[in-house]
Design a binder for this molecule. Structure first.
Ligand code: HEM
Length: 380
């Protein structure tokens, strides 16, 4: 007999099981020079104590993500103005039209791709419409999104920085064109914003747009994969959500989306740096210590949620950390929930059933990216 042959099934281990095992042993794990916070109580404690756990973690100034205190509050107020419930409601018809067109164009009774076939085009088109960006930028944005994802997966900071710079160049070109031909859309409006009585610089506008784009495009596309996978593999939940869509119960569909993302949170972690020596989960974090708030692990903490895989939207809503907590809590939550609800509504209303593809398995993303890289399904 020769050597056993290793067959590459394309399968990547589910990082959630690793976090689940790790969190039980150690709520705050010291790994590669950083303190990884895995338990719900400690993640909440650190996220709501910005004086001790600063967001000023990178050499690049990210607006508003890397700012602290009063400076953060001033820029955050600008960002919040673009994501109010009224603004979100205005975007809904455009998102619905994109979702309907994408779902209608997919074949029935054969394998289709969820992330590449639905999530990516839906995220890019919805966002371009919101920001007032030309539809012909779609290919560039999709390519950028894939490179950004690959760079995050590689864990190579230099590569991530290079991808971020490429985005900056793309948006700078767009802003220059805007100056020549001003438009009354979100990008045009941002160019007229002021903070502390002075206009935002181009650098600041680009940084704000990069954070929206990085947050929106990648997470939204991945979230579509997570939700469709969950519905396809949990027929009982699919039946419940179908009934909620049919009844027009928007709040229930959004609650379902948020609970599915809690069980399999694709937005894994955010960084902090300790401003002083501090105790967390029995560990002493030194001043300057790097801290990673692991939302995915905290969202599956059995001390808070019991069986983390149990689907209970109402029971788990109050402790759900998918959109974070504290001063940096996601300002895009309402927009995201509307966008995900609309794509779920259109997908379920335009199909009679969704099931996992019989010929190809779903494949997990490569850590540190969460969720599924490929979710082949059959639409009926
Ligand atoms: C599935 C989609 C999304 C998820 C899971 C998500 C999750 C999060 C989380 C956990 C945070 C907290 C970060 C921290 O504490 O350091 C955050 C912050 C943020 N998110 Fe989202 N987000 C999503 C989509 C969006 C969208 C659509 C936008 C905007 C259009 C957005 C914009 C932001 C911004 C600007 C921040 C930083 C806020 C601050 O520093 O004050 N996100 N997001």
């Amino acid at each position: 007999m020769g050597e056993p042959v290793e067959i590459d099934t394309g399968q990547v281990a589910d990082q959630r099981t690793v976090y689940d095992a790790q969190r039980g042993r150690c709520p705050v794990a010291h790994e590669d020079g950083a303190w990884v916070v895995l338990r719900h109580a400690e993640v909440v404690a650190a996220a709501t104590d910005p004086a001790t756990y600063s967001s000023d973690v990178s050499s690049r100034r990210a607006i508003p993500n890397s700012l602290d205190g009063a400076e953060h509050a001033a820029y955050r107020a600008v960002v919040d103005r673009y994501l109010t419930p009224g603004r979100v409601a205005r975007e809904e018809p455009q998102c619905r039209a994109h979702a309907a067109a994408i779902v209608d164009a997919l074949p029935r009774d054969t394998t289709v791709k969820t992330v590449g076939g639905i999530g990516v085009p839906y995220a890019v088109r919805s966002q371009s419409t919101w920001l007032g960006w030309r539809p012909d930028l779609e290919d560039d944005l999709v390519a950028w999104m894939q490179d950004n994802h690959a760079a995050t997966r590689s864990g190579d900071r230099a590569r991530t920085a290079e991808v971020a710079e490429r985005f900056d160049r793309m948006v700078h070109t767009l802003l220059d064109a805007r100056r020549d031909a001003p438009a009354a859309d979100v990008t045009g409006e941002l160019l007229g914003e002021t903070v502390d009585g002075r206009p935002l610089t181009d650098e600041e506008v680009v940084s704000i747009l990069r954070n929206w784009t990085a947050g929106d495009l990648g997470s939204l596309a991945t979230s579509v994969g997570v939700i469709v996978h969950f519905l396809a593999t949990n027929p009982a939940v699919q039946r419940v959500v179908r009934a909620q869509v049919e009844a027009g119960d928007r709040a229930a569909v959004e609650a379902a989306v948020e609970e599915i993302l809690r069980i399999d949170d694709p937005f894994v972690a955010n960084r902090r740096v300790a401003t002083r020596e501090a105790e967390l989960g029995g560990e002493t974090i030194p001043e300057g210590g790097r801290v990673l708030l692991n939302w995915t692990a905290a969202n599956r903490d059995p001390l808070v949620f019991g069986d983390p895989d149990e689907y209970d939207p109402a029971g788990h809503a109050a402790a759900n950390l998918v959109f974070g907590i504290g001063p940096h809590v996601c300002p895009g939550r309402d927009l995201t929930l509307m966008e995900l609800r609309v794509v779920v509504e259109e997908l379920l209303a335009r199909t009679s059933w969704i099931e996992p593809a019989p010929d190809r398995p779903a494949v997990r993303e490569t850590p540190p990216v969460g969720g599924w890289a490929r979710v082949p399904v059959v639409l009926r």
